[in-house]
Design a protein around this ligand. Sequence first.
Ligand code: DWN
Ligand code: ZN
Length: 406
Amino acid sequence: MKCRVCTGLTEPVIDFGDMPIANAFLSNPDDNTYRFRMTTSFCSACALFQLDNQPKPELMFHDQYPFFTGLSNSMKLHFGELVASYLDNTLKKTEELFVTEIGSNDGTLLEYVKKRNIRHLGIDPSPNVVASSLKKGVSAEVGFFGKEFSKGVKNQYGKADFIFAANVICHIPDIIDFAEGIRELLDQDGQFVFEEPYIGSMLSKTSYDQIYDEHVFIFGALSVQNIFRRVGLQLVDAIPQNTHGGSMRYVIMHKNCREVSEGARRILQDEIDAGFENIKIYLDFAARCESRRTEFKELLSKLKSQGAKVAGYAATSKSTTVLNYCSIGSDLIQYISDSTLEKQGKFTPGTHIPVISQEEMRLDPPEYLVLFAWNHEREILAKEVALTKHGVKWIKFVPSIEILDI
Ligand code: DWN
Ligand code: ZN
């Protein structure tokens, strides 16, 4: 396959088989399911792990996109801290600032900017999440950000002092056009601050569920540096984050604006030392994914043979990869409970497990709950102490398959 960045040849890593769209929950299990072949590969020239094929963006991001950032309290707090740590330290006057967020979803992050009376604009391709942002009084426009789009924003609002993005850039296949858009829009001393699931965490935790249709890339500091260098921008900082099971915050600026931080230098060197530029580490990961699949399926089959009632907690995008890759249907997991209204009453993509509300699940809890939102473990276990006290046992599959002993 051709690398999406340098067009050089990539090396195959793992084939997950035919996969549905991760967030295409079905109203009726008989509905037709669109599938694409989810193979992944690695470009050693860019140190970039990527999907070979991705469904058309319109199939993934539309007016029924069922993910709302604000449903997680810990993420709300995280974005509050993120905004404060940059806007508290800027020397510019409030009335001079202009802040943009790409993939602004329901406006959770920009609401903190709005509260400071700072001019801002969110950009997101899904009209329904933009509508929920507007309801909060957060300005936002529907669109796919790229070079063309950035010109319109620049003409209307001027250059941006800060461009934020969280868990978004890895969704954008034409990443060079995107990076050129950032170069257009970013003011001379402006900062592009973005966070993404970190390739190092995915490799060390074997969290292969980070790979699904929307995540066309899984980045590390080396690959981010390579991409932005191509358009004349520079990686100046990289700061590890605990969110989403291990993420990295990257800061990009125009060239020669600032020295590369000590932290970023160390992370880049650690990646080189760990072999992130070489296919071997990815092939080892692929082998672990296969044994993890066998182990998980064996555990669920054993519980079934014991007559145990097993359900899932949180119908995440990530769960679509796990369920389809491991061929797990409602025979092994009776239902998944989720707090998103738009997912309740529907069926999981490709595997047809019913999704019910959390209130309904709490009325008659199962014996085992698979924690599909393992990245929100702390928040969920704190919220669900009553379930644990009731005797519910939690099953985790990242970083290893385990029944939690609480
Ligand atoms: O990158 C992405 C991340 C940030 O968000 C997107 N491509 C889509 C989405 O991925 P995800 O669905 O795997 O995200 P989460 O945040 O791991 O899971 C969200 C789901 O979990 C929602 O359906 C809501 C549900 N949930 C719940 O039912 N109870 C979440 C929490 C925290 C809860 O307490
Ligand atoms: Zn490449």
